[in-house]
Design a protein around this ligand. Structure first.
Ligand SMILES: [Fe+2]
Ligand SMILES: [Fe+2]
Length: 448
């Protein structure tokens, strides 16, 4: 049976890992059948499967039924002949770790479980979307994302099984027991409990949530714990496609609305079944603000510990030539905060500001995508905006105050008014939902 699990972790000879997986695998399949894509289980889908770490091995295409997908376990191989050294934090310059140091066991487990929990959560959030796919192209993309999120769960469960003994096995089971949006056993992070009921929400999800994933994985790829660094590096290759699905999905909707604007009576695209720019902007406001809560507080002792203990680095910590101080014990990060009724500047010690640093990278990435969208709709005079990092926060230093889309402090009443005006209303959700007519014919799509 192990032949069916592509891997480069010597699963054939690892009896302990086999034993752990033997118990977990049937439960995983049960979870997939219950919470994975609803229906389509008997259909053969043209899917990419990672079958080796050789060049191109991560992208093997074939027709497979999703429940028979070969979820594999892969670690990006270390560069031949290069002794891997820790690139940042207190242990910088020392050899990387092949096992979990006892003193960091708790923190590493928590980091791995938090990442792992997002993988099945997103599959659950997206499970009914197949029924309303706007084209076969979109349907295939959705399922590709779904099976790869399943594989990402495997990647994290491998770490739990292989390095965390009984605790790890228990955590691996719990990952299959929590459910997105369940009031008793919700997923760990709030944004992964949000319903994703229509395709505009799905594109926003893949644009913003998967992009958060990219930056989290990238910072874990710097970890001194080598198996974590190598497995997240491999996951990043798959993640790139998820981001593409999100950003290009939004581009296509924006392009279609731009076209419809030119012919729709009174420039009202709802009269011809289009999605007005204003509604798209509201979705962006909602999903972007939910995604930035995933980064944790901008001023965080956990972040300082993770960095100090060489567990989690910055984005491209060891590749970005602009990062010269990898110890980060000196210097500070200027964080604008709202204190005592006015905006002031908090000098956050660098290590404590690592979440803010990562969030900034993410924010810039989102801004770049927004610029590309704006090139599409410029001809009809619309401009999308990514909201301020202060807007609509439930985590971090801005969570206790109210801010508008530009980041100005406002009263609670003003904030409530902004929310109802600038995030989707029930009526708008219902309108978008009404457009979700599936198109399953070859060569056709709902956008024409
Ligand atoms: Fe993932
Ligand atoms: Fe993803």
């Amino acid at each position: 049976m192990w032949d069916n699990i592509p891997n480069n972790v010597d699963l054939d000879n690892d009896k302990k890992l086999q034993k752990a997986l033997m118990k977990w695998l049937p439960n995983y399949l049960e979870w997939w059948n219950e919470m994975g894509p609803s229906d389509f289980a008997a259909d053969k889908i043209y899917l990419r499967t990672a079958i080796s770490v050789e060049k191109g091995g991560w992208a093997h295409f074939d027709y497979v039924k999703m429940p028979e997908y070969r979820w594999g376990i892969f670690l990006t191989p270390p560069h031949k002949g290069v002794e891997k050294k820790i690139g940042f934090g207190d242990y910088m310059g020392q050899d990387t770790w092949d096992t979990v140091p006892g003193e960091f066991r708790h923190d590493l487990r928590r980091m791995i479980v938090t990442q792992a929990d997002t993988e099945p959560a997103s599959v659950e959030q997206q499970r009914v979307l197949g029924h309303t796919a706007p084209s076969l192209y979109d349907l295939r993309n959705l399922f590709q994302v779904n099976v790869e999120e399943g594989r990402h769960l495997w990647a994290m469960v491998y770490l739990l099984h292989r390095f965390f003994g009984r605790d790890g096995r228990e955590e691996a089971e719990e990952l299959l027991e929590r459910r997105s949006g369940d009031s008793d056993t919700p997923r760990i992070l709030e944004a992964f409990n949000k319903p994703t009921q229509d395709w505009l929400a799905f594109y926003c999800f893949a644009m913003f949530m998967d992009r958060d994933g990219k930056f989290q994985l990238g910072s874990l790829a710097e970890s001194a714990f080598e198996p974590l660094a190598r497995t997240t590096t491999f996951m990043l290759t798959e993640e790139a496609h998820h981001l593409f699905v999100g950003e290009s999905g939004l581009s296509r909707v924006i392009r279609r609305t731009t076209e419809l604007m030119k012919t729709a009576p009174d420039e009202d695209v709802t009269k011809v079944g289009g999605i007005p720019f204003e509604i798209i902007q509201k979705y962006i406001n909602e999903w972007f603000s939910a995604s930035i809560d995933l980064f944790g507080s901008e001023d965080s002792s956990n972040a300082a510990n993770y960095f100090g203990h060489s567990l989690k680095g910055r984005w491209h910590e060891t590749r970005d030539k602009d990062i010269t101080d990898h110890v980060a014990l000196e210097g500070h990060y200027n964080l604008p905060v709202w204190e005592n009724g006015r905006l002031s500047n908090r000098e956050v010690p660098m290590r404590r500001a690592m979440n803010a640093v990562l969030l900034n990278e993410y924010h810039q990435d989102c801004e770049r995508a927004c610029k590309r969208w704006n090139k599409i709709c410029a001809e009809v005079g619309f401009e999308f905006k990514i909201p301020s990092l202060k807007f609509n926060r439930n985590q971090g230093v801005y969570a206790s105050d109210n801010f508008d889309l530009e980041g100005n402090n406002v009263t609670e009443a003003q904030f409530d008014a902004i929310m109802s005006k600038h995030t989707p209303s029930e009526k708008e959700y219902a309108y978008v939902q009404s457009l979700m007519q599936p198109v399953f014919e070859h060569g056709r799509s709902q956008t024409g």
